[in-house]
Every structure is written in structure tokens, then in C-alpha cells.
Design a protein around this ligand. Structure first.
Ligand code: NAD
Length: 257
């Protein structure tokens, strides 16, 4: 166990599974008190148990990040427990149930992606930022995607639009609050093996196609993304704000070439 985050409180949304779960385990292993907000209760509680069994400190609150009242409650409970929020990893997100061309997307499917992926991040930041401003310091990382920087023809236009919005929201928020001690960045993963993409990967032809999109010729692991998040939240990144950090095995570079 290292101590980079000793004495720090880290709030993570979407921490029950995938990248968020890996982040929760890593922040806790580096000494942080971790608070997870996620809609998935069983998986969230399992993550907390795993952290506590390893000697770390963690709490779970069932939260739908698309609901203002639930986000407000998550923040209140975090403050009641920990008194401060040093870092926030706003990571909860969905890709939608099915990939399909733009003209076939249903309005309710479009709205749900935007509510969770974009509004959810705004709802979190609008409560986290004033707390960090009061503290005189804080670091936020929002999960975007390499698809927040490029387009694709694989039927994910609403997801692509939502992640472009995350990158834009992050840059604007970083510009507004940089002089108040709050650094705000986004992380832009390539395809990562998590529950979100497992169903797509079960088709061998699709796995091959996705692997080929990456210059490195493979998918990433959740931990490879988390390594960047831990750095962005740390004092080592003290001159980094408004940055969209690509952790995508060369997807973006390849699509630009
Ligand atoms: P995942 O499905 O494994 O985990 C996402 C977590 O978010 C789950 O625990 C889920 O319960 C939670 N969640 C979903 N809706 C929620 C809501 N309304 N309120 C609270 N929690 C909610 O997915 P992942 O791959 O770990 O994705 C994490 C983030 O990374 C997402 O924002 C996703 O868009 C992004 N991302 C993933 C990949 C990838 O290939 N896996 C690539 C680029 C970006």
C-alpha cells in the first residue's frame, strides 16, 4: 500500500463495476477514504466489502446520477461522513442498449444517454465545485471517451455526442474555476474490457474489429485507465487542467492518420 491519497476523500460515481470499481480499489489502496455513488446496489456493496477486507475505508450510497435530488443526497452524505471532498471521479455512464444508426434511435434512448452521461456529470460538478472552492483545492476527473474527440460509423452517435459534451463541459468548468484552486480534467479511454462492452466482445468478429481500431492492437484494461486518473487527481498533475487525457491504445491517433 502506498500513501499518495492518505487522509483524502475521493468520491467516485459508477464505482460498482468496471473502470469505477478499479478506481475505487486503487484510490483506497493508496490511502484514500472512498465514497461510491452508483445505481447498482449489490455490486456497489461488493466493491465496498472488497476494499474494507483489504484494510481500506469505503462507503456506498445508491445514487442515480441523472436525478438532482439523489446527487444532492450523495454529496450531503459524503460531507456528513468525511467533512470534505478532495477528489471526484465522475465516471458513471452508459453506452445504450443497442448500437444503431442515428435515424433509428428512439427519443427515450437519446434522452437517457444524455441524462446520465452529460447531465449526471453537471449535477455532480455543480455540487462538488463549491465545496472544493471553499476548501481552496480540489481535483475532478470526468470520464469521457476517445469517442468524445472523434466520430465513428458503428452506430453510437448519441454516445459520441454525449462524450463530446463531457469534453466541452470539462474544458469550460476548468476555465471557470482554475483560479479558485480546482483542477478539472477528463479521461478519454479507448475500448476497455468491462461489463459495458462485454456483450459486444462476445462476437469474435466484433472483438477483432474493435482490436484493430487500436494502434496497439488490443483493448485496454480498467487499471490502465485508472492509472491516468490517479495521476490527474494527484499533486504531480498540479499544472494540468482542462485537459482531455487520451488513454486509448492509439485509437484517436489511428483514426486521425
Ligand atoms: P460499466 O458498465 O462496467 O460501469 C459503469 C457503472 O456506472 C456501473 O456500475 C453502473 O451501475 C453505473 N451507472 C450506470 N448508470 C448510472 C446512473 N444513472 N447512476 C449511477 N451509476 C450509474 O462501464 P465502464 O466501462 O466501467 O464505464 C465507465 C465509464 O467509462 C463510462 O462513463 C463509459 O462511458 C466510459 N468509457 C468506457 C469505455 C469502455 O470501453 N468500457 C470506453 C470509453 C469510455
Amino acid at each position: 500500500m502506498t500513501t499518495r491519497y492518505q487522509g483524502k476523500t475521493v468520491l467516485i460515481t459508477g464505482g460498482a463495476n468496471g473502470i469505477g470499481r478499479a478506481a475505487a480499489l486503487s484510490f483506497a489502496a493508496e490511502g484514500a477514504q472512498v465514497v461510491i455513488g452508483d445505481i447498482a446496489t449489490k455490486a456497489g456493496e461488493a466493491t465496498i466489502r472488497d476494499i474494507c477486507d483489504a484494510g481500506g475505508k469505503a462507503h456506498f450510497f445508491q445514487t442515480d446520477v441523472a436525478q438532482a435530488i439523489e446527487v444532492d443526497r450523495l454529496i450531503e452524505k459524503t460531507l456528513a461522513l468525511c467533512d470534505r471532498i478532495d477528489c471526484a471521479f465522475n465516471n458513471a455512464g452508459i453506452s445504450g442498449k443497442r448500437a444503431m444508426p442515428l435515424a433509428h434511435i428512439r427519443e427515450d434512448e437519446w434522452d437517457r444517454i444524455m441524462e446520465i452521461n452529460v447531465k449526471g456529470i453537471w449535477l455532480c460538478m455543480r455540487r462538488q465545485i463549491p465545496i472544493m472552492v471553499r476548501q481552496g483545492q480540489g481535483a475532478i476527473v470526468n470520464t469521457a471517451s476517445f469517442l468524445g474527440l472523434t466520430g465513428t460509423a458503428i452506430g453510437l452517435s448519441s454516445y459520441v455526442a454525449s462524450k463530446h459534451a463531457v469534453v466541452g463541459l470539462t474544458r469550460a468548468a476548468a476555465s471557470e474555476y482554475a483560479r479558485k484552486g480546482v483542477r478539472i480534467n477528463s479521461v478519454c479511454p479507448g475500448f476497455v474490457e468491462t461489463p459495458m462492452v462485454n456483450s459486444i466482445l462476445s462476437f469474435p468478429a466484433m472483438r477483432e474489429k474493435i482490436e484493430r481500431m487500436h494502434a496497439l492492437g488490443r483493448l485496454g484494461s480498467a487499471q490502465e485507465v485508472v492509472n491516468a486518473v490517479l495521476w490527474l487527481c494527484s499533486a504531480e498533475a498540479s499544472f494540468v487542467t482542462g485537459h482531455d487525457m487520451v488513454v486509448d491504445g492509439g485509437c484517436t491517433a489511428k483514426s486521425a492518420s
